[in-house]
Design a protein around this ligand. Structure first.
Ligand SMILES: CC(C)(COP(=O)(O)OP(=O)(O)OC[C@H]1O[C@@H](n2cnc3c(N)ncnc32)[C@H](O)[C@@H]1OP(=O)(O)O)[C@@H](O)C(=O)NCCC(=O)NCCS
Length: 184
């Protein structure tokens, strides 16, 4: 189960009583599409998706504020389909979205650094990857601030829900790189 705390955040599995916050996150056209998600405008459909998230506590979790308990975003450590299937027990791909009112306060960098610590200390992974679309400068900054190494651009790699064909900018961090940057 993905569970860890940072200075201001608790990252824990999604629960059905997060639905109000989850639906708000999913409706926003500035949030999901930047991560490849289709905006969801129907509450019942959002509830179905949230139910799926609650059933994957090892892969997907809510980013919640310690101060209020509110879920403000989603973080995942997913199977990385760009890596060999035989290596997927030791490799995960970081993904994240944060609801717009909470942008620009360092929350995602804090959550992503916590996720790296969890991934290497607790899950004993060998590599964490992360990708962003070329226009997503905010996500690029989060990735750079965490210390990921850029691998390059996989061109025309993603067919998004709206038909857009997009490049993926690829990054990763190995276990050794993590401990060199962050300490044991
Ligand atoms: C990307 C996202 C998670 C960033 O979350 P966040 O909590 O705002 O991130 P942080 O505050 O930790 O860092 C954001 C950085 O982007 C910078 N930034 C903000 N607006 C920017 C812009 N228009 N262009 C470039 N950089 C920008 C901030 O200044 C900050 O960098 P700094 O600390 O060097 O100043 C959030 O914007 C989001 O959820 N976006 C929609 C979904 C998404 O893109 N998910 C990622 C898919 S790969």
């Amino acid at each position: 189960m993905l569970y860890f705390e940072t200075e201001r955040l608790i990252i824990r599995p999604w629960q059905m009583d997060d639905l109000d916050a989850f639906f708000q996150l999913e409706q926003n056209p500035n949030v999901g599409p930047n991560a490849g998600w289709k905006p969801i405008l129907d509450r019942a459909e959002s509830a179905e998706i949230l139910k799926g998230f609650t059933e994957k506590p090892d892969e997907l979790c809510a980013i919640t504020l310690k101060s209020s308990g509110r879920a403000i975003g989603s973080l995942g450590l997913h199977t990385d389909d760009k890596r060999a299937p035989e290596l997927q027990t030791v490799t995960r791909m970081l993904g994240y979205v944060l609801d717009e009112p909470y942008w620009g306060q360092g929350y995602m960098t804090e959550a992503a650094r916590g996720a790296l610590r969890f991934a290497f200390d607790r899950m004993a992974l060998e590599l964490v990857s992360v990708y962003h679309f070329p226009f997503n400068d905010r996500s690029r900054r989060v990735i750079e601030k965490c210390g990921f190494r850029c691998e390059g651009t996989l061109r025309r790699a993603t067919l998004r829900f709206d038909g857009a064909v997009l490049d993926d900018v690829l990054y990763s961090m190995t276990r050794d790189e993590f401990y060199t940057l962050y300490g044991v």
